[in-house]
Every structure is written in structure tokens, then in C-alpha cells.
Design a protein around this ligand. Structure first.
Ligand code: SF4
Length: 258
């Protein structure tokens, strides 16, 4: 795919540390695309929908203050901003494409992945795991994917089991899953996490299952974060059904990073 005249709604581009999952601690460039078709009760980026009028673009790693530019942005420009931000070249282990739900913009994601691949940048994709058709269109150009498993008790919406199954099988065949991420809350029922663990082990056995404690959003009235006793309980339950279950919190929040 080529960038051509494509445009895409963008929230922000910035350099930081990966704060989630097995790649935690890696320096990455984050490209947060705007727009999401889900409405998780624990959402930490509700500002991604609708797309803001202006996108924020960091021009040099480790510096405060972003440039603001009108949305949607040119995909060619976005590809170049990311390459320029990787200064010195090789500072970042990957470009992380996140959202919102990036697969709502599948043509743009495909063109961006191809452009960054030509520059030798590794491309990681974070997705809700509910858009397998779009994932199939871009997967060849993407190096690693972290799909979610959306628990009904935490999102407030029915779990898209069929779409998750197709997504996971696609990733298993391609060998490109970094992990399956499940956000858990104090109220997560044992039966639900057990079903989720069995489901992940069946459809994507090569990937670890990451239980990510929900980060409470002040004043949002979302789910409560699990305590340590909850984490031990839910980990033990999931481990009955899955061989590699890990508890990893959002580390960037502890660092005060975005
Ligand atoms: S998928 Fe992500 S961006 Fe969309 S509502 Fe859920 S947490 Fe928010």
C-alpha cells in the first residue's frame, strides 16, 4: 500500500516507554490514532472519540511541548514525523500503533506499516481484537500484535467471542502475537476469567495471557482496580486453563509518562 493522498485522524505522536505487556520498558514511538467503535467502561483515552480538531506531534524525543496541527493528517507526513522522531536512529525498538481502534483506519495503517518497514522500523499494533477482516489486510506489514480480550464485566459490553477467535487464529498462524491482554477489575468474576483463559489457550496458545489491572480514571465512575488478593485469586484461576499467565500493570503511569 502507498500513502498517496490518504489522511487519518490522529490524537498524538510521541516517544516514550512501553508501559503495557511483555515489551514493557522498551523505548517506542507511539502513534495514537483517533476513533473507536467500542466504549469500554475503563477507557483511558475517551478523548480519542470523536477525533480532536488538532493532533499533537512531538518533534524531538524527551522534549516537552508538542506541535499542534489540523486533523485529519496526511499519512505521508505522519510516516515522516515518526522517522524523524527516531533520533538518533535506533533509539526506539518499535513504532507502536494504538488508539482508539487503529484498525478503523485500515488503509492508513497498511500504508504506514509499509513506509516504516522500508525504514527498518519494527511495527507493533495494539487492537481491541474485534476486527479480524481488517487485521488480515495489514498483517503482512506488521511485526507484532497485542490483541485484547474484552471481558463483559470490565467493559460493560458483550465479549465479541467470535471476532476474538478469528483474530487469535490469524495471529497464531502468522506467529505474530506478543500477548493477549485482558483488563481486570476488582469485580471480575472467577468464572469469566477462567473462560477467557481457556479461550485464549485454545485459539492463541503461543502467546502469554496478560492480566492488566484496570487503572481507575479519577471521577469517571468506572470499575475499581483489583487489590493484591484479587490479583493472586484471578491469576490462580486463569493459570488452571492457560500455561503462561502474567500480571502486568500499566507501568508508564507509575513513571508519570504518557
Ligand atoms: S477499545 Fe480502547 S479506546 Fe476503545 S473504548 Fe475500549 S479502552 Fe477506549
Amino acid at each position: 500500500m502507498t500513502a498517496g493522498d490518504l489522511r487519518v485522524p490522529l490524537l498524538e505522536v510521541f516517544s516514550s516507554f512501553q508501559g503495557e505487556g511483555p515489551a514493557v520498558g522498551e523505548r517506542q514511538v507511539f502513534v495514537r490514532l483517533a476513533g473507536c467503535d467500542l466504549r469500554c467502561a475503563f477507557c483511558d483515552t475517551p478523548e480519542s472519540f470523536p477525533a480532536p480538531g488538532e493532533a499533537r506531534v512531538q518533534r524531538a524525543p524527551g522534549t516537552p511541548g508538542d506541535d499542534l496541527g489540523p486533523n485529519p493528517v496526511s499519512v505521508s507526513d505522519l510516516a515522516a514525523w515518526v522517522v524523524a522522531l527516531d533520533d538518533p536512529r535506533g533509539l526506539h525498538r518499535a513504532v507502536s500503533v494504538t488508539g482508539g481502534e487503529p484498525l478503523l483506519h485500515v488503509s492508513a495503517v497498511g500504508a504506514l506499516a509499509d513506509a516504516w518497514g522500508r525504514e527498518g522500523l519494527s511495527v507493533h499494533l495494539e487492537t481491541g481484537g474485534h476486527r479480524p477482516d481488517e487485521l488480515a489486510r495489514v498483517l503482512a506489514g506488521i511485526d507484532r500484535v497485542t490483541p485484547d480480550l474484552k471481558l463483559e464485566s470490565a467493559t460493560g459490553q458483550p465479549t465479541p467471542w467470535a471476532a476474538h477467535a478469528r483474530t487469535y487464529r490469524l495471529l497464531e498462524r502468522a506467529g505474530k502475537a506478543l500477548a493477549v491482554k485482558v483488563v481486570i477489575a476488582a469485580s471480575t468474576p472467577a468464572e469469566e476469567i477462567e473462560r477467557a483463559a481457556a479461550f485464549a489457550a485454545e485459539h492463541l496458545p503461543s502467546a502469554p495471557l496478560v492480566l492488566q489491572p484496570v487503572s481507575e480514571v479519577a471521577g469517571a465512575g468506572g470499575p475499581r482496580a483489583p487489590g493484591l488478593a484479587d490479583l493472586f485469586r484471578l491469576h490462580a484461576t486463569a493459570s488452571r486453563r492457560h500455561a503462561d499467565v502474567r500480571v502486568i500493570p500499566q507501568v508508564h503511569r507509575m513513571l508519570g509518562a504518557r
